[in-house]
Design a protein around this ligand. Sequence first.
Ligand code: DX5
Length: 219
Amino acid sequence: MIEIEASVLSADFGRLSEKASEAEKAGIDGIQIDIMDGQFVPNITFGPGIVHALRKVVKVILDVHLMIVDPERFIQDFIEAGADRIFIHQESCTHLHRILQDIHGQKIEAGVTINPGTSLSVLEEVLDFTDIIQVMTVNPGFGGQKFIHGQLNKISRLREMLEKLGYKTPIAVDGGIDTTTASLAVNAGATILVAGSSIYNTRASVAQNLAALRESIKI
Ligand code: DX5
């Protein structure tokens, strides 16, 4: 089954709890919280406090996408705040192997995210500690950007690489996912879709937008 997660980066920041609950009631599979430090990416968003606040209102998977430099400094804070899954950008740290083992050791799902310009080869040495791989289909930092179609080939090659090496690691895609690009990403091998502006917008309700996304990936 294909999972769909809502990225609250596109939600009304003044009503985050309400907007997260709305997605949960609409049947979302998870909530992704984009943590940005203004250094790894040119934007600043949330800290562990927001994760803690949303943990109190939703039961679905809380997925923390760390777009910060030296993420090892804050892993414990996000785990204590209630994260179920933590994504580390391969480009953001020196000791990815150690960080993934640390997260894994605490029974939290450890994910690795790679930017559009990053080669798949960086993943090879850490696949044993990687519960999920996130391929960025935009350059990280903002919602509402255009999907980078060039990443579809990368997703297919990743799926092939994992199968050849005997891994069943789920592949998430993040950025520019909508009713046109969702099926392209799924056909390329993605099993988790992270969507922000196609779920949270003024065109329709969260429930209607989610239903349209699910409809678009029906085979
Ligand atoms: C961007 C974030 C994405 C973003 C997705 O850096 O990681 O999660 O919120 O938003 P859309 O779906 O609007 O591209």
